[in-house]
Design a protein around this ligand. Sequence first.
Ligand SMILES: Nc1ncnc2c1ncn2[C@@H]1O[C@H](COP(=O)(O)OP(=O)(O)OP(=O)(O)O)[C@@H](O)[C@H]1O
Ligand SMILES: [Mg+2]
Length: 444
Amino acid sequence: MFKKASASSGYRDPEVLVGLDLGTSKVTVVVAEREGPSGEAQIIGMGQAPSTGIRKGLIVHLDNAVRSVRQAVSDAENMVGLELSDATVSFSGGDIHSIRSKGMISLGRSPRTVMQLDVGRVIEAAQADVAVPPNQMILHTIPVEYSLDGNTGIDDPLGMTGMRLDIDLESVIVPISTVQNVYNCVDRAGLNVTGFVIKPLASALGMITPEEAIAGVIAVDIGGGTSSIAVFADGRPKHLAVLSVGGDHITNDVASVLKIPIGKAEEIKKEVDLFSDFSDYQEDRLEFDHNGRNYSYSLSDLTDIVQARVDELFLSLVKGEVANSGAPMLSGGLVLTGGFARSTGIDLYLSRLMDMPVRVAFPVDSNRMPPGRNGPEYACASGIIRYALEQERDPFRYIEQPLDQLLKLPIKRSQDIGQHSDAEQETKGPSIIESIKSVLKELF
Ligand SMILES: Nc1ncnc2c1ncn2[C@@H]1O[C@H](COP(=O)(O)OP(=O)(O)OP(=O)(O)O)[C@@H](O)[C@H]1O
Ligand SMILES: [Mg+2]
């Protein structure tokens, strides 16, 4: 018998946190239970379903995606014996980027204590010049660094004294239609969306240690259809990006170059040591029968295909995003998750390629996750719970537009779709000023 914690009953179990990772290969639901007043939570179960209707992180067939979410939710419900009602949702897709801006406010002619309203004002000042195209919106507002009277590197200026407050701010911009489709999908699957978190942030929080975040680190999640990149330094995200390249592109490369079906290419990709150097062993061959035909390829040719794609991904795309982060020292190196991080030898290969330490990470909470669902491809799920907890602890760390404000955007609940309303004409969301004010209101 399920313990009732459902939306239909109007009751939301405050002890339970639920995360939903909308992946290209799989949809994952993670359920955590709070651990008393410690502010921590323990993962108590995970559900999963093969992902249909999602390509390169983007919903391309709503009904199929809804079905996958329902299946994953029901799998999780069976595991934990609870009926789930709400979820913080992690998603990605194309055209997601983050923009850095600076803001400054004066605190007066003589030094005084920084208050929460001042923090709100300086964030507002930094975001005033961020140009958001009409079809996009700011999903996350992330303070990267504060300075007080020219002293840089201040983590939290609240309660400190000064005359001038400066901020470096990161704004994560996403297409409105992407958020709308994710919202519709989850809503139709029967869950209330309690918040959104962009995949690079969730994955990073699910894979890096606090020490790495402070030392400076590149967190890369190579999934099926996307690669998520987060650069952290001084404990804060400096840059977040989603690339529409993932493990499935490598499968496609293998299939098209070797002229074999996708299914067979996927099998080979997982079996062969993709990062070994076979160049001195041209006689080493991959031989198999498929549909009555005998295939024989040089292993060196196969690994060349894969390594060329990985070289392009890291040397051009990942390095480009790291340069955009402006982070000077990343002594924590590169941390890798996602299904493709399971490839044997990828850490050593990338360590040579990028000339830095590389670690393949299991989720930070892997010892609390069910066996078989605690590998590198579940870091994002684990990170959603971390994000939800951090949001509660410090609402100024990752400022998200409150959902009631998000819903005033062109986003409509699924039951409204098909009905014309004045709201449909509305194209502009609430300003960040209003969002910050509502965060402040919640605090007072
Ligand atoms: N042992 C392995 N070796 C190489 N690749 C693997 C291995 N296991 C899984 N993969 C690849 O990992 C990818 C799936 O990874 P993951 O489960 O992290 O994706 P996802 O989270 O659903 O997708 P995304 O985050 O891109 O939306 C697939 O391309 C799959 O082929
Ligand atoms: Mg993923």
